[in-house]
Design a protein around this ligand. Structure first.
Ligand code: FMN
Length: 312
């Protein structure tokens, strides 16, 4: 299959990449994704202005079924300078997306100004949806703040920007966020981030499994697939065609990748199951996807992307 896909000035030969936060905190991890067979791109860890230790351990938990996770990492990262240095000065094999975040509007703007001043010309992903920093709401659940922030960003920023969104659960909210995003020259949206503030209980001890936030944490893996697909589909139906979509959430099999494509995803990223299985997952998922294409006699991505059928 020809997987050739373009977002802004970046060209991808494969559909899959690591989801933000997975295998991407250190150069060592990033290099493993760069060289993973079947990977089409690399996402760096969401970077704050200064490096952060994140929340206390335990802050990540894999369910016994090995297909689901809950985390309250709290954005541990090595700081924007580290990741900017990586994308600017390392020999990159794959298109690499620089993920940025901030704990305040001013920090976000300062990060983007720094990136712009560096001359970096690749894709940048602004994370508007981290659910795990105590006391800091997910920005993209506040529509007015999101609009105001994007307005401030585009008063100076000329780079290729995508935004990472939290999951929405109400049709009115899909309408609202799409209307805001359509006002700006965004390269893409990435949907979805972890489903915020779930709670997992250990049946042996009757205790929560995470230390921070009283055990509340972001959900990932198979349990969030339906929510992720709904978000990709709802956004694809509402966003202007120039805004591409990275589908994220609930991918554990090639069929999950296929379903994201049906809903309109241009690329698909893998979080929890990559953390569980390691970078060999990309080739497995691509092989499973190929098998589905062969079985259905599909010869081009255009026959699948956004081609979800309705019952009426
Ligand atoms: N998303 C980000 O945009 N930036 C991050 O730094 C980030 N860190 C994460 C760390 C962990 C341990 C996990 C499990 C998720 C993190 N996420 C982050 C969210 C994932 O990128 C992804 O959106 C979410 O896990 C849903 O995908 P999944 O169902 O494949 O896990």
């Amino acid at each position: 299959m020809n997987y050739s896909t373009t977002i802004a000035n970046e060209h991808f030969d494969h559909l899959l990449l690591n989801a933000g936060g997975i295998f991407c905190e250190s150069v060592d991890q990033l290099e493993k994704i760069q060289h993973a067979p079947g990977a089409g791109a690399v996402m760096t860890k969401s970077a704050t202005a200064e490096k952060r230790a994140g929340n206390p351990n335990p802050r990540y938990f894999t369910y016994p079924d090995h297909h689901n996770t809950i985390n309250a990492m709290g954005l541990p990262n090595l700081g924007i300078d580290y990741y900017l240095d990586y994308v600017l000065h390392h020999q990159l094999t794959l298109p690499t997306i620089l993920s940025v975040v901030g704990l305040s509007e001013e920090e976000i703007l300062a990060n983007l100004k720094k990136i712009q001043a560096s001359g970096y010309d690749g894709l940048i992903e602004l994370n508007l949806s981290c659910p795990n920093v105590p006391g800091k709401p997910q920005i993209a659940y506040d529509f007015d703040t999101t609009d105001h922030l994007l307005d401030r960003i585009y008063s100076f920023f000329t780079g290729h920007l995508g935004v990472k969104l939290p999951p929405y659960f109400d049709m009115a909210h899909f309408d609202r966020i799409a209307k805001i995003l359509n006002q700006y020259p965004l390269a893409y949206v990435n949907a979805v981030n972890s489903v915020g503030n779930g709670l997992v209980i250990d049946p042996e001890t009757d205790r929560v499994v995470l230390m921070a936030k009283g055990g509340f944490g972001g959900l990932g893996g198979a349990q969030i697939k339906a929510t992720a697909l709904a978000n990709v589909r709802a956004l694809r139906l509402r966003l202007k065609p120039e805004i591409k979509i990275i589908g994220t959430g609930g991918v554990t099999t090639g069929r999950d990748v296929y379903d994201h494509l049906l809903c309109g995803a241009d690329l698909v990223s893998v979080g929890s199951q990559l953390a569980i299985e390691g970078p060999s997952i990309f080739q497995r998922l691509e092989d499973e996807l190929e098998a589905i294409f062969a079985e259905k006699h599909i010869e081009s991505l255009d026959q699948v992307r956004g081609k979800l059928k309705r019952l009426d």
